[in-house]
Ligand binder design. Sequence first.
Ligand code: SF4
Length: 237
Amino acid sequence: MHEVRGRPARWSEEALQSLNSRFRGRPPEELLAWAAAHVGGPVALTCSFGGAAGMVLLDLVARHKLPITVLFLDTALLFPETYTLAEAAARHYGITIAWHQADLSLAAQTLQHGPALYERDPDRCCAIRKVAPLAEALRPYDAWVSGIRREQTTQRTATELLEWSVKHALLKLSPLATWRERDVWAYISAHAVPYNPLLDQGYPSLGCAPCTRPTSAADPRGGRWSGFAKTECGLHV
Ligand code: SF4
């Protein structure tokens, strides 16, 4: 049983509202630099090496040499291009990426739950392969930086730059919350940021291979969990 941390008084709703006002409209590197200097404990960035926004944040962290650890959740079901990018990015930026995997191997999951759990119960599969490993990976950190953006899904429309995550008992930062798709690609282009080649091949949103289909740019997350009402893996809800 792990001890659940309480919410520090300095991250009260009033304090976060004030910080959100301060960083609204400011470049994301200012929020990242503030977090690295002022959170008062270790800060982690999760990067899926699928979406382009995560690559923007990785570039900012590396470019500004910020003491922020990069975490990669390896579900063991990602596209080969995703693994290749994670390794190439580590070399490109000269950083160490902390890989995290589920406690249950795919073989053990098949034994316990049957084959291709993602085809029958994707919520359970995500809970095992994404949600539980993320909770474990974030445990040592006081703040979590993620690349989610308001325009991505209806559940993300209220995303703030800084929020208190009750689920993980830490400060959650979404420095690109208000960025549009075009802002992300403008940054990638201006700074020659490496990104997943599948994003140019009809996959505007990338997750695990069995749960991602090509789709149109007009409905970027329409290729995720097609056939299910599911639109979120559970990491950000
Ligand atoms: S995205 Fe699909 S394969 Fe990946 S963890 Fe979720 S259900 Fe399983």
